[in-house]
Structures are given as structure tokens and as C-alpha cells.
Write a protein that binds this ligand. Structure first.
Ligand SMILES: CC(C)(COP(=O)(O)OP(=O)(O)OC[C@H]1O[C@@H](n2cnc3c(N)ncnc32)[C@H](O)[C@@H]1OP(=O)(O)O)[C@@H](O)C(=O)NCCC(=O)NCCS
Length: 431
């Protein structure tokens, strides 16, 4: 399927020897990726900003080039497809594990459906497995693309709107204090606060350094340019320790309702999160506060005397996870109690096909691989492993959906008792 005139190349994070500016190859790759997401070509300053951040993240960039295009009409440095990866961590409950993150997947409209994504993805997932990553993750523009590559949906997010007209009353009394700070004051705060949140929240995905540039207003929402509209505040607990921060921007007098948009909100405790919303609700001349990374089961409604002040729009899938190593990944999540079962996995990419025996004692599992045709209590496709790993839904729901098949219907209750976890995984950022 993959055509001979198409060439796959790694694109170095290179600079010109004479000026130190981004190389022409890097600029062509970035602009092609940006075009895929309908952004304008990067200015010289934006190129420099992006190159710096890609250097810090040690991103691996790949481009696909079509040597059959007429050189006089098309710059041969311009790829027809882009793909990028970098390493971060994913919290599986007990804590974060290494995760191979995939991003900037674009294919030019002239080259769609010619197997380019399949070729890139197949080779990359095999490389990530060989490098020892237990999981890969991505965020998807469309839900129907990545299941075929073994990715399963593990988080959802929605925009929470809090109507702040009149007196917004919370059940709990205010605690600690809020402090408005200039965004640049978050330089030494945003990273450590996020790391504490990340260490404690199942489903949280690590942040690249670009998030710090956004939090400190060096980068705006539209691109890597300063953002003079950004405002910031921190929450201090009664001991004076910073337990959270928020960045937000005034969305304008029109359209109504007059809205404050939260750009980023990280809190290490639910109390800090509640106090940050109490602060946002107290900003004068504002009718609505909107927060785009609320969980499907966001707890804020329980904190308000009038939960009808909250409404939601734009519920969408967030993180998609692909298990690359069943024993390593599933040994890093938690279980309830003790027990055992065997799971058979079929995998179109043959990365994790096999039968696995789970021996669970006091909430932790040891997983061993057995012969592929060994009898199994359950079977599933590789794409079901992500939600199973993160506890993104109950075992019963996976069975009802036809994603997990028990050999005996009676086995369902004991598997659910071992695997079902309280609450849902949630990520407060993409990448
Ligand atoms: C998604 C995208 C990268 C696909 O690239 P592509 O090279 O055309 O894909 P391929 O030809 O390799 O197709 C691989 C498989 O995915 C399927 N597929 C590709 N794009 C799809 C889409 N948008 N919706 C559903 N299925 C899709 C193909 O039908 C094919 O299925 P099959 O092999 O099972 O028959 C391309 O459409 C694109 O650039 N989209 C916009 C950017 C984007 O969505 N990026 C992802 C977030 S980073």
C-alpha cells in the first residue's frame, strides 16, 4: 500500500550554522503541521519559540516526502505528512509510568487514504514497544481513527459554565487565601504544583514545557506569542503553602453572557480547586466563568448551594491509550482485593497478542504471559486494554458494549470486584 515514491525521514531539530535560526527543513515540517491544523505559517520568532520548546521536549519529528511532485511547483523540503513523538508519563492510579506520546499527525489532503498514517503508526508503535514504553497515548481529532491501531478512549472532558450573576453561595466556608499575581510570577510555581497534581490523579498526562510558557503568558492561546490578556491567581492554604493556581482571560463584552475563560487550573486538593472557583465567581462585571477541562463527573456542583448554576457544553473524548506491554502496564495499576483470571488479547498490530494470567494479591498484580491458545476467562481486542487499564468504565459496561467477552457469564462479577475502581480517570491537559 505504501507507495515507493514516498520517503519517510526523521527531521532533525536543526539550526542554521550561519545565523543559529531554525533550519529550512524544520521550518517546512512545522509549517506543514500547522497547515494541517489550519494555522498560518510561522513567523521567524514563532519558529524560534517552537524550536526551543521542541528541543526541551526532545521531540522526535518525522516527515513523509513525495519525490514524484514537480520540483518547480512544490518545495521538495515540504513534507506531505507530519508525525511527532516525545516521552512523558501517565498516571495509572498508584503513580505515573513512562508514556510514549504521539502528536502533530497530519496528512495533506492530496495524500489522504494512501496508507501514510498506517505506515507511520505501525513503525512508531513497534519502536516505542522496543524502547520499553508500557503505553502510548494521543489525543484524537476524530474518535473513529485510532481504535484500529489499538488505542482506547480513557478520559473525557467538557466545558463547565458557572453562572456567576448575583451571589454565588458555596456550602463550605472560605479557607486559606487567594492572591492575584502577574502571570510571570507562576514561573517557579506552575511546574511543581502540576507535578503534585499529576502524581496523585489517575489519568493525568505529563505536561511539556510549553504549558509553562502558556501559564506565564509568554505564549497565548493562538500561538507562541505573548498574551497580554492573561491574568493569574494562586491559592494558599491556611499554612501559607501554594496549593493551586489559575490563569484566565476576559472574553470580551460581547457576546453575552460576559465571560471569564479559564485557560489553566491546577489544584493539588479539592479544597484549593473549590476556593479557586469561589475566587473566579467573585470577579466583578462577569456573568459566567467557563472552564474547558472539566471531568464528566466534575464535583463542583456539590460545592454550590445552587447546582443549577452549572451547565456543560462540548463533551468530548480526551486521552486515548494504547497498551504496549501488558505485564508492565497492568502491574502498575491497582486492584481491589485478591484473585486471579486469564485474559486473551487479540491485536491487529501483533504488539500484545497473547494470553495473560493475572495473579492479584492485596491490590497488586503479577502478570505472566502464557501460550496464546491457553484457556482464558476473558478475551478482548488490544483497544479495550486502555480503558481496562485506567478503569475508564466498569467491567460490566465493557462486557455490555461487546468489548470484553467472558467465557462464562458468571465470571463477570468476580472480575468487576477486582478491577472496578472508584471515580473516573481524568486529565486536565492535552499535549
Ligand atoms: C487522520 C489522518 C492523519 C489519516 O491519515 P491517512 O494517511 O489518510 O490514513 P491512512 O490512509 O493510513 O488510513 C489508515 C486507516 O485509518 C482510516 N482513517 C483515516 N482517517 C480517518 C478518519 N478521519 N476517520 C476515520 N477513519 C480514518 C482509514 O480508512 C484506514 O483504515 P483501514 O486501514 O482500516 O482501511 C488524516 O486524515 C488527517 O490528517 N487528519 C487531520 C489531522 C488529525 O486528525 N490529526 C490527528 C490528531 S494529532
Amino acid at each position: 500500500m505504501f507507495e515507493r515514491q514516498l520517503r519517510i525521514e526523521d527531521v532533525p531539530l536543526a539550526r542554521r550554522a550561519d545565523t543559529g535560526a531554525a533550519s529550512a527543513g524544520y521550518a517546512a515540517w512545522l509549517n506543514t503541521g500547522w497547515e494541517g491544523f489550519h494555522q498560518q505559517p510561522a513567523t521567524a520568532d514563532q519558529l524560534e519559540q517552537m524550536l526551543q520548546s521542541h528541543e526541551i521536549a526532545a521531540r522526535v519529528l518525522t516527515g513523509v516526502y513525495d519525490d514524484s511532485l514537480p520540483a518547480g511547483l512544490v518545495d521538495p523540503l515540504l513534507p506531505v505528512a507530519t508525525y511527532a513523538t516525545f516521552a512523558k508519563t501517565l498516571n495509572l492510579g498508584p503513580g505515573p509510568v513512562p508514556a510514549h506520546l504521539i502528536t502533530m499527525v497530519t496528512v495533506r489532503p492530496t495524500h489522504r487514504r494512501r496508507g501514510i498514517l498506517r505506515e507511520l503508526m505501525t513503525a512508531d508503535l513497534a519502536r516505542a514497544k522496543a524502547a520499553g514504553f508500557p503505553v502510548a497515548a494521543l489525543t484524537a481529532s476524530e474518535a473513529t481513527i485510532y481504535g484500529r491501531f489499538g488505542f482506547g478512549r480513557v478520559t473525557e472532558q467538557q466545558t463547565l459554565h458557572l453562572d456567576v450573576r448575583g451571589d454565588v453561595r458555596f456550602h463550605g466556608a472560605p479557607t486559606g487565601s487567594m492572591l492575584q499575581v502577574p502571570p510571570h510570577a507562576l514561573a517557579g510555581i506552575a511546574g511543581p504544583v502540576f507535578e503534585r497534581f499529576h502524581a496523585s490523579r489517575r489519568g493525568s498526562i505529563g505536561r511539556q514545557e510549553a504549558y509553562l510558557r502558556h501559564a506565564t503568558a509568554r505564549w497565548g492561546q493562538e500561538g507562541p506569542d505573548p498574551d497580554p490578556k492573561l491574568r493569574a491567581a494562586v491559592h494558599l492554604d491556611v499554612a501559607g503553602e501554594i496549593q493551586g493556581f489559575v490563569t484566565y482571560a476576559f472574553a470580551g463584552w460581547e457576546p453575552k453572557p460576559v465571560t471569564l475563560t479559564v485557560r489553566d487550573l491546577v489544584a493539588t486538593t479539592e479544597v484549593a480547586r473549590r476556593e479557586i472557583f469561589r475566587f473566579l465567581a467573585s470577579v466583578d462585571l462577569i456573568e459566567r466563568v467557563s472552564y474547558p477541562f472539566a471531568a464528566a463527573n466534575d464535583p463542583l456542583g456539590w460545592a454550590l448551594e445552587d447546582p443549577a448554576r452549572i451547565s456543560y457544553t462540548g463533551r468530548e473524548h480526551g486521552l486515548w491509550v494504547r497498551v504496549l506491554d501488558v505485564p508492565a502496564a497492568f502491574a502498575a495499576r491497582e486492584y481491589r482485593g485478591s484473585g486471579s483470571f486469564a485474559l486473551r488479547v487479540t491485536d491487529p498490530q501483533s504488539l500484545v497478542s497473547g494470553s495473560y494470567t493475572f495473579a492479584i494479591r492485596d491490590g497488586r498484580a503479577v502478570i505472566s504471559e502464557s501460550a496464546e491458545d491457553a484457556p482464558a476467562d476473558f478475551s478482548c481486542n488490544a483497544a479495550t486494554l486502555g480503558p481496562l487499564l485506567l478503569g475508564a468504565c466498569g467491567v460490566g459496561e465493557l462486557v455490555s458494549a461487546g468489548l470484553l467477552e467472558p467465557s462464562e457469564p458468571a465470571a463477570l462479577a468476580s472480575l468487576a470486584a477486582l478491577l472496578d475502581l472508584p471515580g473516573l480517570p481524568h486529565a486536565i491537559n492535552g499535549f
